[in-house]
Design a binder for this molecule. Structure first.
Ligand code: NAD
Length: 437
């Protein structure tokens, strides 16, 4: 199958490389010439485990190509996936579909024959209908069909997620589109991945419902963690106690500094806008957005509290700035308001992250970025764990404590064992692990 992928970011590049690995012939298109140049030289524009090797082997086999020229990229393609960004529109939280519609307009003129055009980008209900209209208006070839195939991969585990998905959702309004997508994903459902065919609008909404539900789960355990701190209970054990119930499940029950990243914040807002336009209240999701915003905005207060109420002249070392481990993605990362809160209170901040410092530098002026965790901790009054990279789990707590001036450890991911941290000389506080203050 000949496939074109428009948008070569976290989703487009991973999806394109994986489709090529299934044996399809894939051209990835991006209007960012720098990105395409780097890819042609074998340099990955994003940090994603296993991606470089996967791209390299499929380029070598001649199944994966890159171009900035959309017309060239879609020439002869039976399926064209759209994987461009759909960020939150400034001010109102609507999904900004500018990139999608720009690509669709260009595509309408570039297609020489009918193709199945598939939105992989996360787009609000009804976007497929609007694309269909736009194709008609712009004179796309007759028989061009529009389908929805939302992507559920997680950055940091993107290739494994793409190749072993919990499910594949395909929303289509005609049999030919279903046929093409069934063929594309055949290697996966031969591996028993359930493929779910729905109407296009249902598929579009399914993606938002999934992300909103996960955001609910995260905020739920964060609030339970707060309660644990007030009543002297341990949220880790509560999470295990409820997560072993199959109806609940153990995942997404880890307290933290609030969800971030390129999806949950914008997708929850966009869902609320969809609901608003439909005149239907979504009180749970609305509250979750408020709970999460407040959590992110107040995390620095934990450091303030642990340092006795005054951050002026204090030095704080931050471990991890990416919104989660195994990615360089800084979009809506909880580290951003945390660092700002610390600086606003008069602290100086040093930080280390294994992958995200390049992106973080522009977002966090005045932060001193170091080459490793020990260098960040040197002479610090407090150490704050923000992103649970594996390498932080294996840190030598005694060694890092010796390099510091103070002994405060604020563990916003519950990475460390309290007893071990205290044995290393730390004054330890985690999230929801017994009474605070
Ligand atoms: P991204 O910003 O990393 O990549 C988007 C790419 O599209 C950029 O490289 C940009 O240059 C390119 N682009 C924009 N307009 C273009 C055009 N007209 N022609 C060619 N290229 C164009 O975004 P992403 O994180 O990959 O997300 C893409 C979509 O997938 C979003 O809708 C997002 O919500 C969704 N999604 C993301 C994830 C994730 O983990 N990142 C997971 C599931 C779904």
């Amino acid at each position: 199958m000949r496939i074109a992928m428009i948008g070569t970011g976290y989703v487009g590049l991973v999806s394109g490389a994986c489709f090529a690995d299934f044996g399809h012939e894939v051209v990835c298109v991006d209007k960012d010439a720098g990105k395409i140049d780097r890819l042609k030289q074998g340099v990955m524009p994003i940090w994603e485990p296993g991606l470089e090797a996967l791209v390299k082997s499929n380029v070598e086999r001649g199944r994966l190509n890159f171009t900035t020229n959309l017309a060239e990229g879609v020439d002869g393609a039976e399926a064209v996936f759209i994987a461009v960004g759909t960020p939150a529109r400034r001010g109102d939280g609507h999904a900004d579909l500018t990139f999608v519609f720009d690509a669709v307009k260009e595509l309408a003129h570039a297609l020489k024959g009918p193709a199945v055009v598939v939105t992989k980008s996360t787009v609000p209900v009804g976007t497929g209908d609007r694309i269909t209209e736009l194709f008609k208006k712009e004179g796309a070839p007759a028989g061009t069909s529009v389908a929805s195939n939302p992507e559920f991969l997680r950055e940091g585990a993107a290739i494994a997620d793409f190749k072993h998905p919990d499910r594949i959702v395909v929303g289509a309004e005609d049999e030919s589109a279903r046929q093409v997508l069934r063929e594309i994903y055949r290697p996966l459902f031969l591996n028993k991945a359930p493929i779910l065919f729905t109407g296009r609008r249902t598929a579009e909404l399914t993606k938002y419902a999934a992300n909103a539900f996960l955001a609910v789960k995260i905020s739920f355990i964060n609030e339970i963690a707060n309660l644990c701190e007030a009543v002297d209970a341990d949220v880790q054990e509560v999470a295990r106690g409820i997560g072993l119930d199959n109806r609940i499940g153990p995942k997404f029950l880890h307290p933290g500094p609030g969800y971030g990243g390129s999806c949950f914040p914008k997708d929850t807002l966009a869902l609320l806008q969809t609901a608003n336009a439909a005149g239907v209240e979504q009180r749970i999701v609305k509250t979750v957005v408020e709970v999460n915003d407040e959590r992110k905005a107040t995390m620095h207060e934990r450091v303030l509290h642990a340092l006795g109420g005054d951050l002026k002249g204090k030095r704080v070392a931050v471990l991890g700035v990416a919104f989660k481990p195994n990615t360089d993605d800084m979009r809506d990362a909880p580290s951003i308001p945390l660092v700002k809160g610390l600086q606003d209170q008069g602290a100086t901040v040093a930080a280390f992250d294994p992958a995200a410092m390049g992106h973080a530098k522009d977002l966090m002026p005045e932060v001193e970025f170091t080459n490793d965790a020990y260098a960040a901790a040197k002479d610090a009054d407090a150490l704050v764990v923000v992103t649970e990279w594996d390498e932080f789990r294996a840190i030598d707590l005694e060694r890092i404590a010796r390099t510091m001036k103070g002994n405060v450890l604020v563990d916003l991911r519950n990475v460390y064992d309290r007893a071990e941290a205290e044995e290393a000389g730390f004054d330890y506080s985690g999230l929801g692990r017994g009474r605070i203050g």
